[in-house]
Ligand binder design. Structure first.
Ligand code: NDP
Length: 295
């Protein structure tokens, strides 16, 4: 069984990004990312801190906006419009989820698609579906695809089962795997909460991508001998043995599943570091495109 080291692959991508940042700076275009957080959700605060820190480590310009949970939708959208017009900002990200009174779709639609480094704007969703390479691809599925490529896992002709159909992970993951070309050309099945006999469907997978948000849900009987398993899940569960009283686990029961796999990602240290690496990659790409700089 091969353990797919997401941290190591993410470091490699960060090194490429740092080089591209240096080049853009030398041309007078330091890439800039703006991250907007509405409210005080502790998990979201941690994500935003880590994005801000990584940006700075890579030499990029980073702006962090922490708006109170009482901010109105109009205030959030007004900030997005300001950032759309700011030439020092090339990527805009509004941390999900916003408070219930803020319509997340309306906020995403307010972002200039050319600065939508999360790839959630309808224009970018359509470009991914169309196979148009000029859009932005959501960071987590793009990170999963890159992990497969970097690990030398052949997707062409493989049967990939994507467990989960969200707009953030499952759906774009399926689109990427079915695209023509490197990291694609797979035969794709998408499974979800209404799928009949889920374990049997998952057992047909050469590549199983689990993105459901259910701690250690995927057991050994979901996995074919020799399959590749990518675990997207990040779930915090109680753990009396940890000083924090909790730990992170994936959507896959790692100890039960790993012995059957040809390769598997751990949690933490698998898909998580890739997501942030792809966000930084997308921000640099946005800067290159906005300034017409070719790689
Ligand atoms: P969502 O809650 O938006 O979607 C979950 C999907 O899983 C839905 O399609 C749902 O089906 C399906 N599902 C839920 N329960 C079951 C079940 N019992 N059996 C079959 N299908 C089920 O989650 P996300 O896609 O946003 O996230 C999924 C996981 O990935 C979470 O653990 C999240 O924390 C993690 N994540 C990790 C990231 C990273 O950087 N590593 C980034 C983003 C997410 P239905 O549509 O029928 O309701």
């Amino acid at each position: 069984m091969k353990l797919i080291d997401g941290k190591a692959v993410a470091q490699k991508i960060h090194a490429e990004t740092a080089k591209a940042v240096e080049r853009l700076k030398s041309l007078g275009h330091p890439p800039g990312l703006a991250v907007v957080l509405v409210g005080e959700d502790p998990a979201s605060q941690a994500y935003v801190r880590s994005k801000d820190r990584t940006c700075r480590e890579l030499g990029m310009h980073s702006l962090k906006f922490e708006l109170p949970a009482t901010s109105s939708q109009a205030e959030v959208i007004a900030l997005v419009h300001r950032l759309n017009a700011d030439p020092a900002i090339h990527g805009i990200l509004v941390q999900s989820p916003p408070p219930a009174h803020v319509d997340e779709r309306a906020v995403i639609e307010a972002i200039d698609p050319r600065k939508d480094v999360d790839g959630f704007h309808p224009v970018n969703v359509a470009k991914l579906a169309l196979g148009d390479p000029d859009g932005f691809v959501p960071c987590t599925p793009m990170g999963c695809q890159r992990l497969l490529i970097e690990s030398g896992i052949e997707t062409a002709g493989a049967h990939a089962v994507v467990l989960g159909r969200s707009m953030i992970v499952g759906k774009p993951m399926a689109l990427l795997l079915m695209q023509k070309g490197l990291g694609g050309d797979a035969t794709v099945t998408v499974a979800h909460s209404r799928t009949r006999d889920l374990a049997a469907v998952c057992r047909t997978a050469d590549i199983l991508i689990a993105a459901i948000g259910r701690p250690e849900f995927v057991k050994a009987d979901f996995v074919k001998e020799g399959a590749v398993v990518i675990d997207v899940g990040i779930n915090r569960v109680a753990d009396a043995s940890s000083p924090k009283g909790s730990k992170l686990v994936g959507d896959v029961d790692f100890n039960a599943v790993a012995p059957k796999c040809a390769a598997i990602t751990p949690v933490p240290g698998g898909v998580g570091p890739m997501t942030i690496a792809m966000l930084m990659h997308n921000t640099v790409l946005a800067c290159e495109r906005l300034h017409n700089v070719k790689r």
